[in-house]
Design a protein around this ligand. Sequence first.
Ligand code: BT5
Length: 308
Amino acid sequence: MQETRRRVLEGLADGPVSGPDLADRLEVSRAAVWKHVEALREAGFAVESRDDGYVLAGVPEFGGAAVEFGLDAPFEVEFHDSIGSTNDRARALAGEGAADVVVLADEQTGARGRLDRAWSSPSGGVWLSIVCRPDLPPAQVPVYTLAAAVATTEAVREVGVDAGIKWPNDVLVGDDEKKLVGILTEMEGEADRVSWVVVGIGLNANVDADEVPETATTIGEQVGDVDRADLTRRILERFDELRADPESVLPAWRDLATTLGRRVRVETPGGEVVGEAVDVEFPGTLVVATDDGEKRVSAGDCEHLRPA
Ligand code: BT5
């Protein structure tokens, strides 16, 4: 949100405040205040004009302005009611030089998982992609994916969903391990430095369970519908904290992981690795104790197995 508009909104939230008072306080013209109030109304904020001034009587349920209002992280949010894929849009913005922009949608019509798998994204979800320009070598980018999994898992736990992380970044719920969140990280860069990273998070929020695959669950199914703007803010704020302190990501990830201590089978580009998952190392490497000794896996599809 544009800076003056954000300050007008903050002024209204502390209201009632008259137009002239607000104009004086923000050192802008009365016409400018009026223009911002109209724009906020258009974005879904209920701004009432009373005898004692403007009052903020309601905030929009979901959308860019709804998320940015009260957001304690430096992201600008671009909202779409419906879009093909937020990752595709974020990649295009990244190519144009954008940084710290979040593309958010209520519905996606062509969303992607890893390896170009399809990702169902009906209306009611939290489908978002964060454009970052970190000062990182490409090899360390997996820590961003882990950070997104941590931020999202903590946020859904706060609303009462007992979720855990399966390496590297699936957020699952319950004994039958139904998938609540998927994460798709994409990047471009040189050998030693990343140019941009797009972290895509797909969270089945206020979605009916019959609108997602059999293997999936939704927040609606688990605990009922939630305030998506609030949930999105929590995810973005925590992600921002974690990316600023990459060393803090792994300990937080280990606390939320369900993979450690489990027997796993990991399909890697170099073949299958089976054994007990014993640790995760920076920037996200899984350590598996196999019959042939410890193996380190940096990417692949992981399956939790029954104990041998
Ligand atoms: C993922 O892939 O888990 C990454 C998904 C990332 C989606 C986000 S949404 C915002 C952003 N924009 C995009 O276009 N993408 C990102 P993967 O591990 O490959 O899992 C894909 C598999 O999950 C599919 O083959 C289905 O079996 C299953 N699946 C599809 N839709 C699902 C859903 N809504 N919930 C749970 N599982 C789903």
